[in-house]
Design a binder for this molecule. Structure first.
Ligand code: 5AD
Ligand code: SF4
Length: 462
């Protein structure tokens, strides 16, 4: 729990807007935790807030333009606050801050703080400096020597039964299209003891499903509680022993880091959910080589085979990029073939977007925009068809569903199946946070609906 706000500090507000991956969602929450002891409480609107933080993502198209148009809107919000006699501190955080720091402070003079993903633990100090030095922007985009994790406060009680926990950051893979190694820096794994303390605390506050996060989470190699280097598989075994943690997931992984210990964890640890997001990006070996993925399509399929041998009901998800420089129709067809072969339960697909500073961005073999759009439509159609097939096969089965929030219709709750499917079910509100049995009655492309299976009262043990 965070300490209660100091009674002498005026009641101030902070609004954080988050783009991008789950790591950013986690970071945004930690920024709120950092500012809570200073008397800042989170609010949903930027209007009137004392601090506005834009936690940005740089992974795909137009991130910088989106940021500048948002900053344009916030100029008026900041002015309105000043007209009312107040002061709004405007901060830009995340990967665009890291990549474009000086451009932001020059182009948007009303920005007070620019802080990279590895330095946001300094926010309280930066806010104090910004309050004093009105008008002078503060830029903090170094990769500090010390880990920010050693400087973050305990997280506030989570708002639900599911939570994210960052265990690893950064990436050393250098896929030729990706900015992450530049914006998030080198791979870093948190010590297992720190992860376990945070996981226990989350379990005590009611979390039942924990998602371990990292840009390259299965490359985890933190120091274990026994002093040895632990793999992700080893860490998962320890997390699974924490009372209250009933479900464990992890994301995002690289196929080359699916080692034996991790695959064995899928076989042996019942709490490890039978679902894995394993990006492959392309089904063509030629494109995979140009992407610097360091694996072929056949090697990816072999990993999936090993996973399925260990956990036959495992469902798979992936990421695909279409229109990578030099991608021919034949290469693209190989991607469609791979989708067909694997039968993904879900997947994300993106048009290739050149990221400044990445090797692929200087390629002269750009695929025309209209070709990219047409391929995206085709890949999405194939993914959706697979998703539909997967969901239809669930009809008639009983799924264990963790009810995590109110449904969109009254009287309904929303939950997740072990395979990460969205499930809508008519259920009383007091079941929120419980794991219940649901008979699946309808399967659409994006969700399932079902009815609650009444649980038998437990018999007396003789
Ligand atoms: N263009 C398009 N998609 C990208 N991704 C990463 N970089 C790019 C890029 N330059 C996608 C990849 C990755 C996901 C998080 O975003 O598919 O797995
Ligand atoms: Fe980016 Fe993932 Fe490749 Fe790392 S492994 S460079 S995060 S796409």
């Amino acid at each position: 729990m965070s300490p209660p706000p100091d009674q002498n500090v005026p009641n101030k507000t902070v609004h954080v807007r988050s783009w991008g991956c789950q790591m950013n969602v986690y970071d945004s929450q930690r920024m709120v935790d950092l500012l809570a002891p200073l008397g800042y409480r989170p609010v949903d609107e930027a209007e009137g807030a004392d601090i506005v933080i834009l936690n940005t993502c740089h992974i795909r198209e137009k991130a910088t333009e989106k940021l500048f148009s948002e900053l344009g809107r916030l100029k008026e919000t900041k002015q309105a606050k000043a007209d009312a006699g107040g002061n709004m501190i405007l901060a830009v955080a995340g990967c665009v801050a890291q990549a474009e720091g000086p451009v932001i402070t020059t182009r948007a003079r009303h920005v007070d703080i620019v802080v990279g993903p590895q330095s946001y633990h300094s926010l309280p100090e930066l806010v104090a400096r910004a309050s004093r030095a009105k008008g002078e922007p503060i830029l903090m985009t170094d990769f500090p020597v010390e880990s920010k994790f050693d400087h973050l406060p305990e997280e506030a009680a989570p708002r639900g039964v599911t939570a994210f926990l960052t265990i690893q950051e950064g990436c050393d893979k250098f896929c030729s299209f990706c900015v992450v190694p530049y914006t998030r820096g080198a791979e870093f794994s948190r010590p297992a003891a720190d992860v376990l303390v945070e996981a226990r605390r989350l379990a005590l506050s009611g979390v039942r499903e924990l998602t371990l996060l990292g840009q390259n989470v299965n490359a985890y190699h933190g120091t274990g509680t026994d002093g040895a280097s632990w793999t992700l598989g080893r860490l998962i075994r320890s997390v699974a022993q924490i009372p209250g943690i009933e479900r464990i997931r992890y994301t995002t992984s690289h196929p080359n880091d699916m080692d034996e210990e991790l695959i064995a964890a899928h076989r042996d640890v019942p709490a490890l959910m039978p679902f894995l997001h394993l990006p492959v990006q392309s089904g063509s070996d030629r494109i995979l080589a140009r992407m610097n993925r360091k694996h072929t399509a056949a090697e990816y399929l072999a990993v999936i085979e090993r996973l399925r041998a260990a956990r036959p009901d495992i469902a798979l998800s992936s990421d695909f990029i279409v229109g990578f420089p030099g991608e021919t129709e034949k290469d693209f067809q190989a991607t469609l073939d791979l989708i067909e072969k694997v039968g993904f339960a879900q997947a994300y697909s993106f048009k290739y977007s050149p990221r400044p500073g990445t090797p692929a961005s200087s390629s002269a073999e750009a695929v025309p925009e209209d070709v990219k759009s047409a391929r995206l439509a085709r890949v999405q159609e194939a993914i959706l068809a697979g998703q539909m097939r997967f969901n239809r096969e669930c009809v008639g089965q009983i799924a264990r569903v963790l009810l995590d929030r109110a449904g969109s219709k009254t009287g309904q709750l929303h939950g997740r199946s072990p395979h990460m499917q969205s499930v809508h079910v008519a259920a009383p509100g007091h079941l929120l946070g419980q794991i219940v049995d649901v008979r699946i009655e309808d399967g659409r492309a994006l969700s399932l609906t079902g009815t609650l299976v009444p649980t038998e009262p437990h018999g007396m043990v003789a």
